[in-house]
Ligand binder design. Structure first.
Ligand code: 1HE
Length: 260
């Protein structure tokens, strides 16, 4: 299926799908079209894709919700609008492949909510994080209240929303908003290196990591351990796991900390 997008650019490089938010004149602000296109891209992945990379065109990753779309919304329309973001962003986090987001410039409001759906975040030094909802008289609606505290805690998110506090790339890294900080213009190179490494894992392992880990973290310890036992047995039972374990035991696979 050939996907045609208005506000997203999609490129395929081997097993990696590169999606770019492509609305730089509006700082990649997310309107209804863009949120739908993001959802579609993660429903209909091109064949053979094993990892996705998401970045933003222009000087900023994403300025959040397109504020021009909310001024005329009724309360009922607002709920439907927010639920649309939830469906789209769930499809991103719980889509079929791991996602690496490359951040630079503004990662604010809904842009931070989108970044939080990624499984890894690489931040360039220009990155700044903000949640200006408090100043705009609104609230997060793109699953930020659920995902962002899981990265940085309710207290830090409360500070960002109540006071408009902005964090830079290093502060974001220290508090868990990113996994890696790299120099300006180096984010994609780092993300692609990570993507190719991840693509070389057994697909079922990657699937278990992205699907089971966050769900187990939400469960009671007893339920979580039970699901863990099922997930580990399923992964271990897969032929790819058997081949990899055998390769290690026969000295044909890399040791931890050394490349194979
Ligand atoms: C926009 C938006 C937007 C830019 N919606 N149009 N998000 C915000 O409150 C962030 C608002 N944006 C900004 O603070 C700044 O634009 C930036 C710091 C991101 C970038 O600054 P700058 O100087 O590079 O760009 P600019 O000149 O402010 O913006 C360029 C154009 O993009 C301009 O339009 P133009 O027609 O005058 O050229 C801006 O109006 C437009 N633009 N950001 C609409 N967000 C699911 S709930 C989520 C809730 C939220 O996300 S709340 C946070 C919303």
């Amino acid at each position: 299926m050939k996907l045609e997008f208005e506000l997203l650019k999609l490129e395929v490089e081997g097993p990696v799908m590169h999606l770019r938010l492509n609305r730089p004149s509006k700082r990649n602000a997310i309107n209804n079209t863009l949120v739908r296109e993001i959802q579609t891209a993660f429903v209909h992945l091109p064949d053979g894709i094993r990892v996705a990379v998401l970045s933003g065109e222009g000087a900023h990753f994403c300025a959040g919700l397109d504020l021009s779309e909310v001024t005329e919304q009724t309360v009922a329309e607002g709920i439907v609008h927010s639920r649309g973001w939830h469906a789209a962003f769930d499809q991103v986090q719980y889509g079929p492949v791991p996602l690496i987001a490359v951040l630079h410039g503004a990662v604010v409001g809904g842009g931070l909510e989108l970044a939080a759906t990624a499984h890894l975040r690489v931040a360039e030094t220009s990155t700044f994080y903000g949640l200006p909802e408090g100043q705009r008289g609104i609230f997060v609606g793109g699953s930020g209240s659920m995902r962002i505290p899981r990265l940085i805690g309710v207290s830090r998110m409360t500070d960002m929303m109540l006071t408009g506090r902005v964090f830079d790339a290093d502060e974001g890294q220290a508090m868990g908003l990113s996994n890696y900080v790299v120099g300006e213009g180096e984010g994609l190179k780092k993300a692609f290196a990570l993507a190719h490494k991840i693509a070389s894992n057994a697909p079922l392992s990657n699937y278990a990591i992205t699907q089971a880990l966050p769900r187990i973290a939400e469960m009671s310890p007893a339920e979580g351990l039970f699901v863990e036992s099922l997930m580990s047995a399923i992964a271990q039972g897969d032929e790819a796991a058997k081949l990899r374990v055998r390769a290690f035991l026969e000295g044909r696979a890399g040791k931890v900390g050394k490349s194979s």
